[in-house]
Design a protein around this ligand. Structure first.
Ligand SMILES: NC(=O)C1=CN([C@@H]2O[C@H](COP(=O)(O)OP(=O)(O)OC[C@H]3O[C@@H](n4cnc5c(N)ncnc54)[C@H](O)[C@@H]3O)[C@@H](O)[C@H]2O)[C@@H](O)CC1
Ligand SMILES: Nc1ncnc2c1ncn2[C@@H]1O[C@H](COP(=O)(O)OP(=O)(O)O)[C@@H](O)[C@H]1O
Ligand SMILES: [K+]
Length: 491
């Protein structure tokens, strides 16, 4: 499990640790890790041209001390102070002593740089890059230099992942002690590039519950339902799927395709797509009547492609088993029908659907994903899986459990019908006994991994191919020697 902590938690932990260490020791640990990462990026330090963009806080101090270390190894290091009177004094002194200098012409220095260290702001930054930093940031990005951000890319909001103005896009971010939410949540995450975590000894000082957590293979493997020797199909769980309509018959097939690969013992489909479903999946139990008459299930999935089937949503929400509501179902539900439920509810909107539920613009949800997911969970008393380039899963417990961020996926998943597969898959995990937060986050992980496998080396994928790759994704997470696949190919 990877975790991310808020600025408040990081500052508190740093203060505890600093009280036990000699003055400046923590910054030296950070600078040493940063310099080592820069040296790896450069390959050859001797003779390399390094430019430090230095803000007024400790983030600039880290950059200066790391610059001093690189200068001692023979790099030509120049600093560009953005707030000249307020540059970290000890850091600047160390740089000058090591043979570094203050750049005479910042734009000349940036144009010739091999590596730019972004030490403008870290966890203390707010409100986006200031106007005087913007041309320097653009010059850095416009040069051939590799940009390495210190702790965070400057201009992002550490706690929310929001990017309120301009920010400096990094190729690599070297972060200290723990991830910060902005390194996991878009749009900020996009600015961080690859992320390298440097251990500065903060671990023992951080609270036990982080703000965010991101699953890894082993975490998902532990959650997956496996049949015991004496299992039968009913004990493994039956998932009911209410999806599809005359207008969207494919949604029924895709949701069932996901549900069949989620570990439930049986999938029961109810709705007007029964003929199409049975033709494609003879292993599915189908009926055309109402959900309430279909027989016992351990969870329901309702919504993909159902058009205006309001009654189906109402009936399913009135049941006493876990329910996943997706797509059209989100439009048709009444908030009170969700809030009054005793069994768990998992809502799986994309940004547009979340905006409709919250009564705001889609752009607002996209700019503030974390806040939107938390707000929806609180308003509906439901677990919310907010889909998109960063998929988040928030529980309705007022922040007692960390929001899960899905680290696995690929933009190739932005293809029609892939969400239907996800809802079937997550519903199946619910039927098999996982809680809503685990079912949602494990499903998003497997779905993202399946998509990476199916789009390997950069080929477009279809929703059916995502479903077909789910068994390989299960195998992948359960393989004790299986490494997580590399970052996805970008289209
Ligand atoms: N506290 C510690 O002991 C450690 C701190 N570390 C570093 O310290 C950083 C935090 O340092 P600070 O608290 O000084 O905060 P920052 O260095 O992130 O920034 C604070 C300064 O930037 C200014 N500022 C805020 N928003 C700005 C904007 N949009 N544009 C330009 N200037 C802006 C503020 O006026 C303030 O002077 C961490 O991110 C990390 O890099 C590391 O050295 C590890 C140890
Ligand atoms: N840019 C992206 N990067 C990664 N995953 C994405 C991106 N855009 C969409 N997705 C994922 O693709 C799926 C699309 O689901 P959805 O929006 O419901 O589409 P549909 O209704 O066509 O099935 C979701 O799992 C979502 O998280
Ligand atoms: K920075």
């Amino acid at each position: 499990m990877r975790s991310a902590y808020t600025v408040e938690a990081v500052r508190h932990a740093e203060a505890q640790l600093m009280a036990r260490l000699p003055e400046g020791a923590l910054m030296q640990r950070a600078a040493a890790g940063l310099a080592a990462a820069c040296a790896r990026v450069l390959g050859r330090v001797y003779g390399a041209r390094v430019v430090l963009l230095v803000g007024s806080g400790a983030n600039g101090g880290d950059a200066l001390f790391a610059g001093a270390r690189l200068a001692r190894r023979g790099a030509g290091v120049t600093a560009v102070p953005l707030a000249p009177g307020r540059t970290h004094p000890a850091g600047l002194a160390a740089l000058l002593k090591a043979g570094g200098a203050v750049a005479e012409d910042p734009f000349d220095a940036l144009a010739g740089a091999d590596l730019v260290v972004d030490g403008i702001t870290g966890i203390g930054g707010h409100g986006g890059l200031r106007p005087d930093a913007v041309p320097l940031a653009r010059a850095a990005r416009g040069s051939n230099a590799v940009v390495v951000a210190v702790d965070l890319p400057s201009g992002v909001e550490a706690d929310t992942g929001e990017v309120p103005g301009e920010a400096l896009r990094a190729d690599l971010t070297v972060t200290f002690g723990t991830h910060k939410p902005a390194l996991l949540v878009d749009p900020a995450r996009e600015y961080a590039g690859a992320v390298h975590l440097v251990d500065i000894g903060l671990g023992g000082e951080l609270p036990s519950v982080p703000a965010l957590e991101a699953l890894q293979h082993a975490d998902v493997a532990r959650m997956l339902p496996l049949p015991a020797a004496e299992s039968d199909k009913y004990r493994r769980g039956v998932v009911g799927v209410v999806a599809g309509s005359a207008r969207y018959p494919g949604a029924a097939v895709l949701a069932v395709a996901g549900a069949l690969r989620g570990g439930a013992g049986a999938v029961r489909y109810v709705g007007p797509g029964a003929a199409a479903v049975i033709a494609r999946f003879p292993e599915c139990l189908v009926s055309t009547g109402r959900p309430g008459e279909a027989g016992r299930v351990q969870s329901w999935v309702v919504g993909p492609g159902i058009g205006e089937m309001r009654e189906g949503v109402r009936e399913v929400l009135a049941s006493d088993v876990p329910v996943l509501v997706d797509a059209d179902g989100l439009r048709l539900l009444e908030a009170s029908e969700v809030r009054d439920r005793t069994a768990p509810t998992l809502l799986t909107p994309h940004a547009g659907e979340a905006a409709a539920l919250l009564g705001c613009a889609r752009e607002e949800v996209e700019a503030g994903r974390l806040a939107a997911a938390r707000e929806l969970a609180a308003r509906y008393g439901a677990t919310v899986l907010l889909k998109g380039s960063t998929t988040l899963v928030a529980a309705p417990d007022g922040g007692r459990s960390p929001v899960r961020v899905n680290p696995m996926g690929t933009p190739w998943l932005a293809t029609a019908g892939s969400g239907d597969v996800l809802s079937g898959l997550a519903g199946s995990l619910l039927a098999a006994g996982l809680g809503a937060r685990d079912a949602g986050s494990a499903a998003a992980y497997l779905h993202g991994l399946a998509a990476r496998l199916a789009s390997a080396r950069g080929v477009p994928l279809t929703a059916q191919e995502v479903a077909a790759a789910l068994p390989a994704a299960w195998r992948g997470v359960r393989d004790p020697h299986g490494d997580e696949p590399p970052e996805p190919d970008r289209p």
